[in-house]
Design a protein around this ligand. Structure first.
Ligand code: NAP
Length: 286
């Protein structure tokens, strides 16, 4: 029951109406018996500073930050974790003892979660896309000890920015999606991660699209694992094609829940979070 003592956690972004976080987080909060609720807070660019600063003054426990503010909140936080600093992206805030924002990023742990049980290390990985989620995926593959990571992008500028960000990590290289080496790479690699939004269901796009088009995937074969970060629809057109070719596939649902579970653990200072409860809530909702 929501009472006059109830506190809240907010999701700040624009747009936020598509988010599944309130569904899984409220199920977990109820299970844990915490007198907190989780709500989505749409926020315009020009209001970001005012809103983030104002939330420090009221009964807000913490925040998730999503598109397009993962970088913009840096200047509003007092403490920033090394991983958020390295990726130049923040997705979780909580109030410290001085009631200032302490920030971190739980996307890397979320990304790794479904890969842990596969026991893959010293392998080759390919990451498609060079936006925010690509950075978490690359850091995740570094943490899993991948020996070679290739980022494929259509965008030279963001690809170069991303490669600069990981300049110290020697096993990473970038290719444009028109590069002739790609066919061999797709044939040989152990894991391909799609971090582009291609294949995602939106109100504007109901077409069955595959990243970089069908011919890009001609040499794909059953030894490669395909991990698509998209969680709606499941399976995506890319995962359907990969299943037809006999590949093991992973969708974005586990990452979504695992990054949310890590955020909840951060807000509760390490409480054990009920992953299955969050998963069940999402399954029922979807
Ligand atoms: P982002 O920062 O906008 O990056 C998207 C990347 O995809 C950019 O490199 C972009 O290139 C590229 N791209 C966009 N449209 C493309 C197209 N038609 N063909 C080829 N490349 C294209 O977005 P993000 O935050 O990284 O998110 C990307 C996806 O990951 C979204 O679908 C999101 O839902 C998903 N995601 C899932 C989770 C999870 O928990 N499962 C977590 C984070 C993200 P340009 O710069 O040229 O546009």
């Amino acid at each position: 029951m929501i009472t006059s003592k109830t506190s809240f956690i907010g999701l700040i972004g624009n747009p936020v109406t598509h988010s599944l976080s309130p569904i899984m987080q409220n199920a977990a909060l109820k299970y844990l018996g915490l007198d907190w609720i989780y709500i989505a807070i749409p926020c315009k660019d020009e209001d970001l500073k005012l809103i983030i600063n104002s939330l420090k003054k009221i009964n807000c426990i913490g925040l998730n930050i999503t598109i397009p503010y993962k970088q913009k909140v840096f200047e509003l936080c007092e403490e920033i974790s090394p991983i958020a600093n390295k990726l130049k992206a923040i997705n979780t805030l909580k109030l410290n003892s001085k009631r200032e924002w302490e920030a971190t990023n739980t996307d890397v742990e979320g990304f790794i979660y479904p890969l842990k049980s596969l026991n893959i290390s010293k392998r080759q990985g390919v990451v498609l896309g060079s936006g925010g989620a690509a950075r978490s995926a690359i850091q995740g593959l570094i943490n899993l000890n991948f020996s070679k990571i290739t980022v494929i992008s259509r965008n030279k500028n963001s690809l170069n920015n991303l490669l600069n960000n990981f300049a110290k990590d020697k096993q990473i290289r970038g290719l444009l999606n028109s590069d002739l080496k790609i066919s061999n790479l797709i044939e040989e690699t152990d894991l391909i991660v799609n971090t582009t939004p291609v294949g995602m269901k939106t109100e504007f796009n109901q077409e069955k699209l595959i990243p970089y088009g069908k011919s890009f995937w001609k040499s794909l074969n059953s030894k490669t694992i395909i991990y698509d970060l998209i969680y709606n629809p499941t399976p995506t057109p890319l995962l359907e094609l990969s299943e037809q070719k006999g590949c093991q596939t992973i969708d974005g649902t586990q990452m979504l829940i695992a990054q949310g579970a890590k955020s909840l653990s951060f807000w509760t200072n390490g409480l054990e979070v009920p992953f299955e409860i969050m998963q069940d809530a999402l399954r029922k909702y979807l």
